[in-house]
Design a binder for this molecule. Structure first.
Ligand code: SF4
Length: 375
């Protein structure tokens, strides 16, 4: 099929409220470089039109690597007894927050494993402490919690929450997440939306047993959920997991997924993830930025524990000071004719209606998210 045929399909996907599964699968099977260029070019144009040329920065603090779960792909799984565990104190977190603030970044991401003993009041005090001296957005990424905990943290000043689904295929989800349930994951996403969080989700590309059909299902899930942030990352095998011997996710498929996510969800904030910057030891984040991504998350975790947040091996930027990490993003953005945007970068549905596109949440309102996710 000529690239003009590809563009017709992309137009259809972009305009659809419910994209056709055959169209998504056709694009995910692209192997021809000319068709690939058409796909990324289309996604880049959508990105430019809906979220502009800025590259938003989110300063991330990985404050604990303790986790109760045994996700089959993750080096933080509790069965990895070779990993030294840590949790930063409130003061250590606030010092890292000041470093983010000093770099001019206005979004703080507090991320951890899913700790059994995470005290909701302790985290509430950390959030309130940040909000007491800083007018920055606070994003949480601490896993599946009760609605009451989510409420406490929202009232303390948290703005956003990231909870990746990793795969929307319930059977695959079950196999990869012993003791966890797809239903509870989506319950969390519903609760977060209903409480007024800006909600992010996402997936992993290249999981064992994942098919083109399951990836197309992930894209449909993103569209139905109307998420404010969507992260698409390649799977990278970790030696201390059951998937140690599996191949890493394919970069080209990851780029296709990012491009399709942008085309389907034009106003979402989409990161060029650190995992893309780490795959095969090369920094491929410019590929993601050129295919629809508009966010980068520099790491402000203190240097002495940063290597212990060992979700996957070979994590890029572990040796860089946060200042050098930000400078590298500045150079990357400039080389692409883009610029680093130091704004908070809230969900566009809260700040403006993107031209020519209804708010994602108008298509699936907060109250209707549950229905949307299950349909
Ligand atoms: S993916 Fe998250 S919940 Fe699962 S083992 Fe890793 S840190 Fe824990």
């Amino acid at each position: 099929m000529a690239s003009s045929g590809i563009e017709t399909i992309l137009e259809r996907i972009h305009a659809a409220e419910r994209p056709d599964r055959a169209d998504l699968s056709r694009i995910l099977r692209i192997a021809d470089p000319v068709e690939m260029a058409s796909l990324t070019g289309y996604a880049d144009a959508v990105r430019r039109r809906f979220v502009g040329n800025g590259v938003l920065l989110r300063g991330i603090i990985e404050f604990s690597n303790v986790c109760r779960n045994t996700c089959q792909y993750c080096g933080l799984n509790r069965r990895n007894t070779r990993l030294a565990r840590y949790r930063l104190s409130r003061d250590q977190i606030l010092t890292a927050v000041q470093n983010i603030c000093g770099a001019g970044i206005k979004t703080i991401v507090l991320q951890s494993g899913e700790e059994d003993n995470l005290d909701a009041d302790w985290l509430r005090e950390v959030i309130a402490g940040i909000r007491s001296f800083l007018d920055a957005a606070v994003t949480l990424c601490v896993g599946e919690r009760s609605r009451e905990e989510y409420r406490i943290w929202k009232e303390a000043g948290a703005d956003r929450y990231l909870l990746k689904i990793e795969t929307s295929d319930p059977g695959l989800y079950r196999g990869l997440h012993p003791g966890m349930s797809f239903e509870n994951r989506t319950r969390c996403l519903e609760d977060l939306a209903a409480l007024g969080y800006q909600v992010g989700s996402g997936n992993l590309v290249g999981l064992k047993g994942q098919t083109v059909a399951s990836l197309a299902g992930d894209l449909e899930f993103f569209k139905r959920g109307g998420f404010d942030m969507i992260s698409v990352s390649p799977f990278i095998p970790h030696s201390q997991t059951p998937l140690a011997g599996e191949p890493a996710g394919d970069l080209e498929m990851t780029v296709k997924m990012i491009a399709l996510t942008r085309i389907l969800c034009p106003t979402a904030h989409i990161p060029a993830s650190t995992a893309i910057g780490s795959l095969h030891g090369r920094d491929e984040r410019p590929r993601a930025l050129a295919a629809g991504a508009n966010v980068i998350m520099p790491n402000f975790t203190p240097g002495d524990v940063r290597r212990l947040y060992d979700i996957y091996p070979g994590k890029a930027g572990c040796d860089l000071t946060p200042q050098r990490g930000v400078a590298a993003v500045e150079r990357m953005a400039t080389a692409m004719g883009r610029w680093v945007d130091y704004a908070r970068g809230d969900a566009l549905r809260l700040t403006r209606t993107a031209p020519g596109q209804d708010s994602p949440r108008e298509a699936s309102s907060d109250a209707g998210l549950a229905k949307a996710l299950y349909n």
